[in-house]
Write a protein that binds this ligand. Structure first.
Ligand SMILES: [Zn+2]
Length: 431
């Protein structure tokens, strides 16, 4: 009798119970939306608010707004206007000779912490007495100001990106524990312009080994590829994560132990193309595709190297929206003496057919991005020449390699900087 009554009660009220559960869940699901603006509720690319994929590899060395490129070169933010062909320091101060810390274009690149164009202004990180500070100024070189202080004073390999109202930092902190060296990868999210808000720690994990990582942001998802070689023998514990910005859900999409090392990634809505190299027996390059829906990584064929690495040259690979870029450079510790030639080969991203191949001048080059105008290689020769007892010359150049075979590679921008040893000023000479 009692049991039957209770059954009736349950039947009668099950609908209400379900309704209550639904309302509770519904309201909690709604409150866990961490997007900062309704405009950001889209997976489409937002030109003014998204981390630019074209120059992501530069870690903030190269940026662009319309016809104007910006680069953090040496002590200065430098611009190049494609329309007028002019290059100079990004400083609108009257009578400024761009040779001291009072210049608007002065960047503190003691720790290379990049530049980015966001919502019509140029942002960068600069060392401050308490750690790091975010700075910004107008794209005309006016209204330089400090935006906020951020944490993480002790770290190296600091990278940052501004994306849809948040500032993301990724750092590797190193230390020794029980005789073993440890690397701690930390990824944090700050609200841009709101110093009073505590940063949200997206990821913090310790690794022992040779740790490398890459991250990209696409729409409202941040992707991180981590490769850790615990025994230093060319076998990587590989992980690929996604962080959902709206829900703050952190998820491992794929992991494996392989001889392949991630050199570049290009993410879209459904998956990631991953450029991988290995050096175990001989140097090899391949592309793989990770499907976000299934978590399956599929190898998409090997790519023929240029030289395969030698004691004099290193070979590197990068990827843009439509192309794969192979290029050679002098070994950093080598004495190249101009005896080798270095090349930049551009391949179709899907067929791997060579689109063009150009000789590059200069011995040390690093890929910093690619867009419809070509691919960009940074040639920074720091302390290239001792001019006198007190003067040291550094040369900064960004080489633009075109896609067309019959066009010449040229310098997008360049300038020389003479450091005056022991003083906080310098001479900047633009051609
Ligand atoms: Zn100036």
């Amino acid at each position: 009798m009692m049991a039957a009554k209770r059954g009736d009660f349950m039947k009668k009220h099950a609908g209400i119970l379900l309704l209550v559960l639904f309302v509770l869940c519904g309201s909690s699901c709604q409150s866990s939306n961490y997007l900062l603006d309704t405009r950001f509720d889209t997976e489409e690319y937002l030109k003014d608010f998204d981390m630019p994929m074209e120059y992501a590899q530069s870690n903030g060395l190269l940026a662009r707004s319309g016809n104007v490129y910006y680069a953090g070169l040496g002590n200065l933010a430098v611009y190049h206007d494609l329309a007028s062909g002019t290059t100079g320091a990004l400083c609108a101060k009257a009578d400024c000779t761009h040779n001291s810390m009072g210049c608007n274009a002065f960047l503190d690149l003691g720790g290379p912490a990049g530049i980015q164009v966001y919502d019509g202004q140029l942002y960068w990180l600069q060392l401050s007495p308490t750690g790091w500070a975010v700075y910004r100024m107008g794209l005309d070189g006016n209204n330089r100001e400090q935006v906020q202080n951020i944490q993480d004073p002790e770290s190296y390999d600091l990278r940052f990106a501004i994306h849809r109202g948040y500032l993301y930092t990724a750092v590797v902190k190193s230390g020794v524990e029980g005789g073993e060296s440890k690397h701690r990868l930390e990824i944090k999210q700050y609200v841009l312009g709101k110093q009073e808000e505590e940063p949200y720690t997206i990821y913090a994990q310790e690794y022992s080994g040779t740790l490398s990582y890459l991250y990209r942001i696409c729409g409202n998802r941040l992707y991180v590829a981590v490769d850790n070689d615990p025994e230093w023998e060319g076998s990587y514990d590989r992980e690929f994560f996604v962080f959902h910005i709206a829900t703050r859900e952190w998820k491992l999409l794929w992991s494996d132990t392989q001889p392949w090392l991630t050199k570049d990634i290009f993410v879209d809505q459904t998956g990631a193309d991953i450029l991988e190299v290995q050096n175990k027996d001989s140097y090899a390059i391949q592309k793989a595709r990770l499907d976000f829906e299934t978590g399956v990584r599929e190898e998409k064929g090997s790519i023929a190297p240029i030289v395969g690495g030698s004691s004099e040259q290193i070979e590197n690979v990068a990827m843009t929206e439509n192309y794969i870029v192979l290029y050679t450079s002098a070994q950093l510790a080598s004495q190249p003496n101009g005896q080798s030639t270095y090349v930049c080969r551009i391949l179709d991203r899907d067929t791997y057919e060579t689109v063009s191949e150009h000789e590059t001048s200069g011995e040390y080059v690093v890929f910093v991005g690619g867009d419809e105008n070509g691919v960009f290689l940074n040639q920074e020769v720091w302390a290239a020449e001792q001019l006198s007892e007190t003067e040291e010359l550094s040369a900064y150049k960004i080489l633009m390699v075109p896609y067309a075979q019959d066009e010449e590679a040229s310098y997008l921008m360049e300038y020389d900087e003479t450091l005056i040893i022991g003083r906080a000023d310098w001479k900047a000479v633009f051609p």
